[in-house]
Design a protein around this ligand. Structure first.
Ligand SMILES: O=C1C[C@@H](c2ccc(O)c(O)c2)Oc2cc(O)cc(O)c21
Ligand SMILES: O=C(O)CCC(=O)C(=O)O
Ligand SMILES: [Fe+2]
Length: 373
């Protein structure tokens, strides 16, 4: 399948039935091995749902800690309930996000984020150089550190965004603090260890909107990836679409949406600090024909200068990375590798049309292994 990447970013996703839209949709079509295999709404109960009620009680905390360890070793993903985040705030930010994405494109494009601006609206992806596009629109808020906020990049439509984002980001920061303390203890370290490694916790909010898609079996809302940072706190509506794999994409499960629950994903930073003991959640978002979907990701990241190196190397193990690197370098390498692999894969697929299918399979598997390495 050929991919036609337009020279300019889209203002809108090509949702229509006209020939022009069908033509544009070709640049969203995934290679066969990447296409979604499982529906958005057949849910698995394999991802643990953990109550944070009684987190400061010694015995309950120990049980919680063990559940979190198990989830992080198996998946790098768990859901939390009784997390202390105000339910009204959750419904407020969800309504604001829905209203914003329903605005006409010219209104959303007042906050166009292309060209590296510190926050705003993008169609398709934050990685604009990608070969195949994602079926999503996003809005990014750089929320922490507070003194680096640029409120001119926060929307004023619908009115009243700022206090909602302000309160939500504060609630998420408090929840991340609690979780990082438990995760530090779970790694056998003092409560502050993970936070210390971040130097100062940075935070970015990304609102994801996945409109209805006419070809959900060919297209992904958000391609397979791991989040680069420490942890991601994800709020999703009840539609479903978040999928996770723990066997290198041989099988996927769809995370059950639970009203008010927050999905916690471990990112590459936490994976490296735990010396690979904790998985970095290998995930993607699928779309569907019938319902649009909203999710709100809160990325909790270290400062760019933070040193990335395992904190807890268990007896008999070697560090999984050769030498310390900064988070900025880790992130840059990841992005460069993602884009490069996508390009190589495109070339390999073209070459593979004349090669034996077995060889092509091997080439692609090696590339996919590298993506999650
Ligand atoms: O949008 C995303 C998704 C994700 C991601 C990051 C980097 C990749 O190379 C990739 O394939 C996916 O994690 C993010 C992390 C952020 O800090 C911001 C984002 O917008 C995103
Ligand atoms: O929308 C989702 O369920 C996943 C979002 C996600 O993985 C991300 O924003 O990094
Ligand atoms: Fe993600």
């Amino acid at each position: 399948m050929s991919s036609v990447v337009p020279a300019v970013p889209f203002a809108l996703l090509p949702t229509g039935a006209e020939e022009k839209d069908e033509e544009l949709r070709r640049s969203f079509v995934r290679d066969e091995d990447e296409r979604p295999k499982d529906p958005h709404n057949v849910f698995s109960n394999e991802i643990p749902v953990i109550s944070l009620d009684g987190i400061d009680d010694v015995d309950r905390r120990a049980v919680m800690c063990q559940k979190i360890v198990d989830a992080c070793e198996d998946w790098g993903v768990f859901q939390v309930i009784d997390h202390g985040v105000d339910v009204d705030l959750i419904s407020q930010i969800t309504s604001y996000a829905k209203e914003f994405f329903a605005l006409p494109p010219e209104e959303k494009l007042r906050y166009d984020m292309t060209g590296g601006k510190k926050g705003g609206f993008l169609v398709s992806s934050h990685l604009q150089k990608e070969v195949v596009r994602d079926w999503r629109e996003i809005f990014t808020f750089f929320s922490y550190p507070i003194d680096e906020r640029d409120y001119s990049r926060w929307p004023d439509n619908p009115q009243g965004w700022t206090p909602v984002v302000d309160a939500y980001s504060q609630n998420m920061m408090a929840l991340a603090d609690k979780l990082l303390e438990v995760l530090s203890e779970a790694m056998g370290m003092d409560r502050e260890a993970l936070k210390r490694s971040c130097i100062d916790m940075q935070q970015k909010l990304v609102l994801n909107s996945y409109p209805k898609c006419p070809d959900p079996h060919l297209i992904l809302g958000l391609k397979r990836h791991t989040d680069p940072g420490t942890i991601t706190l994800l709020l999703q509506d009840q539609v479903g679409g978040l999928q996770v794999t723990n066997d290198g994409a041989k099988t996927w499960i769809t995370v059950q949406p639970i009203p008010g629950a927050i999905v916690v994903n471990l990112g590459d930073h936490a994976h490296f600090l735990s010396n690979g003991r904790f998985k970095n959640a290998d995930h993607q978002a699928v779309v569907n024909k019938d319902s649009s979907r909203i999710s709100i990701a809160t990325f909790q990241n270290p400062v760019p200068e933070a040193v990335v190196f395992p904190l807890a190397v268990r007896e008999g193990e070697d560090p999984i990375i050769d030498k310390p690197m900064t988070y900025a370098d880790m992130y840059k390498n990841k992005m460069a590798r993602d884009i490069d692999l996508a390009n190589q894969k495109k070339l390999a697929t073209a070459a593979g049309r004349t090669a034996a299918p077995f060889d092509l399979g091997k080439i692609l598997q090696k590339m996919l292994d590298e993506i999650i390495a």
